[in-house]
Structures are given as C-alpha cells and as structure tokens.
Design a protein around this ligand. Structure first.
Ligand SMILES: [Zn+2]
Ligand SMILES: [Zn+2]
Length: 265
C-alpha cells in the first residue's frame, strides 16, 4: 500500500435528491439511497480508495450495505463497513474476494489507470472484516420515506438480485442486464436460465429508470427485450460453435451476450 494517500475522489453524481451514483473510477458504479432515517449503499466497488469515507461525506445517517451480486468489483470495498447484505447463492463467492483477485481485476481497467491514474497501490483493505447477512427474495429495506425491495434474478451470477426503489421508481440491476452481458463466468447460469430473471427485470423496469453496475446511461427496456430475444434464439439454435466462448450481438440494438456455447441450455 505504501504511503500513498487513500483516495476518496470518487465521482459522485446526484441522480435525484438523496439518490447518488458513486463512480468508482470507471470500474464500477455504486449507488447511495438516502431516506429519512437510514441510507442504503448498493455495491461497494472494487475497494479502490475509501468508499466508506465518501458515503459518510454524503450522509451521517446509519448506512446498510447491499450487494447486487458477489463479484469483486461490487463487493471489493465491503471492508469499509462492518456488514453487507448478499443473496445466499452468492455468499460463498463474496467470502472469497481477496486482494489478488481484486488486483487481477484492476489490471483490465484501462480507463481507471489512464483517466484517473489508479494503480494497484490504491487498492485498500478497509478497517473492518465485513460480515455477510442474508438478503433473499422479498427482503425490504425501509429507509424512512423510501423503500427498497429485493428481487432474485439469477443469471450473471446465481445470487444476482435487482433492488427496486419503490417511491422513486428506480431499478438497480447490477450486472444482470448490462449491454455487455457476461454469462460466461464460472458462477453464471446458462443462457436459458438467465431468461426468466431478465423477463422479470424487464417487467420491474416498466415506467422506471434502470441503473446498472457499469457505465452511465440508464438501460432502456428495448435493450433488455432485444437481449431476451437473442437469448431465446441461442437456446433454440443449440450449441454448434466450436470455441469455448462466444459473443452474440443483438441485431437491432447495441448490446451483446458473452456466453459459453456449451452452457446454453
Ligand atoms: Zn459482475
Ligand atoms: Zn461488475
């Protein structure tokens, strides 16, 4: 870690009064929802710098931490807090997040390095050993005047969830309907198993803004629809591709699915 100052210069954007996107140096998006009594932090990033200090700079209310899923770019900063909520299907994954895993992930983040000068020395350990808490389907966070509901949508990982902020009609979808949808990772479901969760996210997103774990634009429903159509095509077509990884592009939308052809049905 050296003597380098711990970074807190995350880019914070107020999406609406009391709702913030905390951009972790273009690596991942975290979101902070502030109610009248409590606040909820959705994802903690990779653990570059001190996201705990950033959150405390925004609100002095007690903060709960929840994870859209157990990947190291979303829970790598968990140890700046004493506990985090995660779906039981991703709990194991979240416990295995290590410094080498986070460092390996950072090596692929060109924008963080070039635009923000982030280096491996900026990865921090935090000052807690955060304990997992179970967050299952229908879990509710009552923040006082704002309610966040949890929906289990396996796909990108088996324990992926979306969190819906009811009063403001905002859906936080993690990585489960990203324009570059990763279904090839070790903890991912098959393409077929992803479809029901994606259909659910589409229904939940009706009349809502949908913010995801990477990038800046809310995800339009047409994109999700297009990816679902593509996934159904892939399932009906079956596995006739000789390589272990394939990128299938949507014909009518700038989006794609990265998947393992042997892991479709
Ligand atoms: Zn992920
Ligand atoms: Zn991610």
């Amino acid at each position: 870690m050296g003597k380098r100052k711990i970074r807190t210069d995350f880019e914070v954007t107020q999406l609406r009064p009391g709702i913030y996107r905390i951009n972790e140096f273009d690596v991942a998006n975290c979101y902070l929802v502030v109610g009248e009594e409590r606040a909820l932090l959705i994802d903690t990033g990779t653990g570059i710098g001190n996201i705990g200090a950033v959150v405390r700079g925004i609100t002095s209310l007690p903060v709960d931490v929840s994870a859209t899923h157990g990947h190291p770019d979303h829970l790598g900063g968990k140890n700046w807090f004493s506990a985090y909520y995660v779906h039981p299907d991703d709990e194991q994954m979240s416990r295995k997040i290590s410094l080498p895993l986070r460092a390996g992930l950072l090596l692929f983040q060109g924008s963080a390095r070039k635009k923000y000068g982030v280096g491996l020395r900026d990865l921090t350990r935090g000052d807690h050993t955060a304990q997992p808490r179970r967050m299952e389907e229908a879990h509710r966070f009552d923040l006082g005047g704002r309610t966040v509901e949890v929906y289990h949508t396996p796909g990108h990982t088996r324990g992926s969830v979306v969190l819906k902020l009811i009063e403001d009609q905002i859906v936080f979808s993690g990585d489960d309907v990203n324009p570059f949808l990763f279904l090839f990772l070790p903890g991912s479901t098959t393409v077929r198993e992803w479809i029901p969760g994606a259909e659910r996210i589409l229904a939940l997103s009706e009349g809502c803004e949908n913010y995801c774990g990477h990038g800046t634009d809310p995800i339009p429903p047409e994109q999700i629809r297009s990816q679902i159509r593509l996934a159904k095509e892939l399932v009906s077509r079956g596995n006739h591709f000789p390589l272990p990884l394939r990128i299938a592009k949507c014909s009518d939308f700038k989006a794609c699915i990265l998947y393992r052809p042997a892991h479709v049905k």
